[in-house]
Design a protein around this ligand. Structure first.
Ligand SMILES: [Zn+2]
Length: 563
């Protein structure tokens, strides 16, 4: 009893190899591969030297080893007899064993019969010496193991090189991120400030400094990512070799390939901008790559191997996209109109800004958001239209008054009036003011639609209303609405709140913002709110939700706006 040198069966007993006499007999009755459509001869001629090179292997119809392809119990003599053996080109000799289910013994016996029939018809064969026959046996038993081993060893080596290089390449982006954090910390220390509630607030680095840090980090990430391409390509080449030599490893080679792609993506990614500390995202992808490679080599050895994971679509550790990127870009386009007075009216840009005001209404008016908030957006919209004719401005005012949410309409009209006033255009200013008054008077505060929960700038509506009528009149309208519809209490209280930004007292990061109910404005219907609170059942409402309602657009809460 001999021990197989073939894959995965080192300890499994096997029948002995065929004899050299059997090998000679096989080659004396065949010319080309037995696979019916394959034209490869059993030996091929080297183009350069003219030397004949073995181009085939002896395959077993019923395997030599227990549990192998098409294995059945049979005597040793029958197992190593010509009837159980088939000559195939190298590729097909692997194919019939790798996908044994597609190549049943009866099919292979048909191939064998056809191969012999062809020999009898063509009378072309390969008369071998004993030495030749010995080489055929050696090649058939060992070449497969050797080829596969070469491929899989090279793969393991390439994967190892890729993980080392990926870790090393991280130092570039890490250094730039650290420099960015140092700049932020230094700026924070330089100017200690507190808000009117005694909470610490922090000055951020200038946009220019921030942009430089950001550009340097992104560039370093790009460099790190690109530097890994040659090594990643080498892994892909070795994967192809493993898969070609053993097609049954396909699920595991796919796993490794995906893991390589994920590691490359992670190598060009930072956990967040501005520069946070690195997280485990990249290291996770490298561990996954090593796990996939281990599983592949185990599968190749024939050991029971962990199956490839089902791919989930969750992409690891991509940076949070800036939800305001397009908005910022639009405002940047418009800023020149606020700096100089000669630029002509741009209807297209004005229309985009007025649309953007609708979204900006959801941004709470806190310090860090001033540059992108509703007031800035509307002021830039007014600047872009500052040189429009009175007729054009009247038309804009009519459309603006119909916009939603309410705070966007009010703020657009108010800014148009203010800008016209600044430029001495009394007709245009009066038009816009009149449109604003009409809008204010048309508001039905008893309609719940009024207190749109995505509108974070409700207080500005009331401030403007109080300005153009009076704080008392504004308050009376809210009181009347509450008296007739006490259920409006919570939406109204939320809507009318001022905002305050909070930062973590231990580190510099803004942790969010909250509505504030101190120093209530004169138009706030305090007495009616208290009365309505007694009328409706507040028992199922958490005190928290009154004191600190959460914003319905959470992205706006957690992000910083300053750059
Ligand atoms: Zn073939």
């Amino acid at each position: 009893m001999s021990v197989l040198r073939d894959n995965g069966a080192m300890t499994r007993p096997a029948h002995p190899e065929p004899t050299t006499a059997t090998v000679k007999q096989l080659f004396a009755h065949a010319f080309r591969c037995a696979e019916p459509n394959c034209t490869r001869p059993l030996y091929r001629q080297d183009d350069a030297t003219g030397e004949l090179i073995l181009n085939s292997r002896i395959a077993h119809i019923h395997a030599r080893r227990s549990g192998g392809p098409r294995w059945i119990q049979m005597t040793t003599d029958a197992n190593r007899a010509p009837d159980n053996l088939l000559l195939l080109c190298i590729e097909h000799s692997y194919e019939i064993d790798e996908r044994a289910g597609s190549y049943p013994a009866d099919l292979l016996r048909e191939w064998k019969a056809a191969q012999i029939a062809e020999y009898e018809q063509l009378a072309r064969n390969w008369p071998l010496s004993d030495v030749d026959a010995g080489r055929v046996l050696e090649a058939s038993a060992q070449a497969r193991t050797q080829q596969h081993a070469d491929a899989v060893v090279a793969l393991v080596r390439a994967v190892r090189r890729l993980t080392l290089e990926t870790r090393r390449a991280r130092s570039g982006p890490a250094a730039h991120a650290a420099a960015w954090r140092a700049l932020i910390e230094q700026t924070h220390r330089s100017m200690p400030m507190w808000d009117d509630e005694g909470e610490r607030i922090y000055v951020e680095p200038s946009r220019n400094e921030t942009n430089q840090c950001k550009a340097a980090l992104l560039k370093a990430l790009g460099t790190a990512r690109t530097s890994l391409d040659p090594t990643a390509d080498a892994v892909k080449v070795e994967l192809a070799a493993v898969q070609a030599s053993r097609p049954s490893t396909r699920p595991w080679t796919d796993w490794v390939s995906t893991a390589v792609d994920d590691a490359l993506t992670a190598s060009g990614t930072w956990p967040g901008l501005p520069a946070l500390e690195d997280n485990t995202g990249l290291e996770d992808t490298l561990r996954e790559l090593e796990r996939a490679c281990d599983a592949l080599t185990a599968a190749w050895r024939g050991e029971s191997s962990s199956p490839p994971p089902t791919r989930t679509e969750a992409t690891p550790s991509l940076p949070e996209p800036d939800p305001l990127q397009a908005h910022r870009a639009l405002l940047d386009l418009a800023r020149p109109y606020s700096r100089v007075r000669h630029k002509p009216y741009e209807p297209e840009l004005r229309a985009q800004l007025a649309d953007a005001a609708g979204s900006a209404a959801g941004i709470p008016p806190v310090l860090s958001a001033l540059g992108v908030g509703l007031s800035t957006t509307c002021s830039l919209a007014a600047a872009v239209a500052a040189n429009a004719t009175d007729e054009q401005l009247a038309d804009l005012a009519m459309h603006d008054a119909a916009r939603g949410p309410l705070s966007a309409a009010v703020q657009l009209l108010a800014e148009t009036a203010r800008t016209a006033g600044n430029r001495g255009r009394d007709i245009a200013r009066t038009q816009a003011e009149a449109a604003l008054v009409d809008l204010w008077e048309s508001i039905d505060f008893a309609d719940s639609e009024c207190f749109n929960s995505v509108d974070a700038n409700g207080a500005s509506v009331l401030h403007h209303g109080a300005r153009i009528s009076s704080p008392d009149l504004a308050r009376q309208r809210l009181e009347a609405a509450l008296a007739s519809s006490p259920e409006l209490l919570l939406p109204m209280v939320s809507y009318c709140a001022e905002w305050v930004e909070k930062v973590n007292s231990d580190d510099w990061r803004p942790v969010g913002m909250a509505r504030r109910y101190r120093e209530l404005p004169a138009w706030f219907p305090t007495a009616a709110v208290v009365a309505a609170a007694h009328q409706i059942d507040l028992s199922d409402i958490k005190v928290d939700s009154l004191a600190k309602p959460t914003l319905t657009t959470p992205n706006h809460c957690s992000r910083r706006y300053c750059g």
